[in-house]
Design a binder for this molecule. Structure first.
Ligand code: HEM
Length: 184
């Protein structure tokens, strides 16, 4: 694929790093936080979850700035030639899902911070102040939103992955090539 149609290597690296971090952060949230009690040695997973979640926020903002201000490859040729209305439904959805992926990844991290601040987690977890984790994080209204939006984010990611699989494997197009490193 020509250099003009693909993302640059830094963009590609940040895309796959973000995908990895979102899956790990989501996995830790679901497997080690949601149902565990503070006495279950929960402080380490909470610390890792917070660090990765904040890293996601930094990367999302940085990547968005790169896309808007530095470089964004043109839409693929098919979208330009047949027009948006004639695209398959999954492709039409992508036009909305792409910005929503940025929005919900950032929103998840912001909501996490809005749980952490009133729960004094930055002091309890990182400064080891001797304070306790709350018995139940649901006393903070943002906890419910954090859990609900995590499912919305996973649905958006599912659409994103389905489109890639559809084009790459069913239509036989080199779709993922746009978001991969150039071959030497
Ligand atoms: C994109 C980034 C993030 C994702 C995908 C994510 C995902 C999740 C998930 C799936 C859960 C469990 C939901 C449930 O069981 O209902 C959770 C819980 C939680 N997350 Fe996040 N999170 C992110 C960022 C953050 C950040 C930045 C912080 C704090 C600075 C944070 C703090 C928490 C806390 C305190 C809980 C609740 C733990 C509990 O109820 O015991 N999260 N997160």
């Amino acid at each position: 694929m020509s250099a003009k149609k693909r993302y640059r290597s830094l963009w590609v690296f940040l895309h796959w790093l973000m995908a990895l971090l979102v899956f790990v952060t989501f996995g830790i949230g679901l497997a080690s936080l949601g149902k565990a009690s503070p006495n279950d040695g929960k402080i380490i997973p909470v610390a890792i979850h917070m660090i990765l979640g904040i890293a996601i926020l930094v990367i999302v903002i940085f990547r968005y700035i790169l896309r808007v201000l530095v470089y964004n490859p043109p839409r693929n040729a098919k979208t330009r030639s047949i027009g948006i209305r004639k695209l398959a439904f999954l492709d039409q959805l992508s036009l909305y899902v792409h910005p929503l992926l940025y929005l919900f990844s950032a929103l998840m991290a912001v909501l996490g911070i809005l749980i952490a601040v009133p729960a004094d987690l930055f002091t309890v977890v990182f400064a080891r102040s001797g304070g306790q984790l709350p018995q139940d994080f649901y006393i903070f209204p943002t906890r419910t939103w954090h859990g609900t939006f995590s499912l919305v984010l996973m649905m958006l990611i599912a659409q994103h992955v389905l489109v890639a699989i559809f084009h790459q494997f069913l239509k036989g197009e080199n779709f993922i090539g746009r978001m991969w490193f150039p071959r030497k």
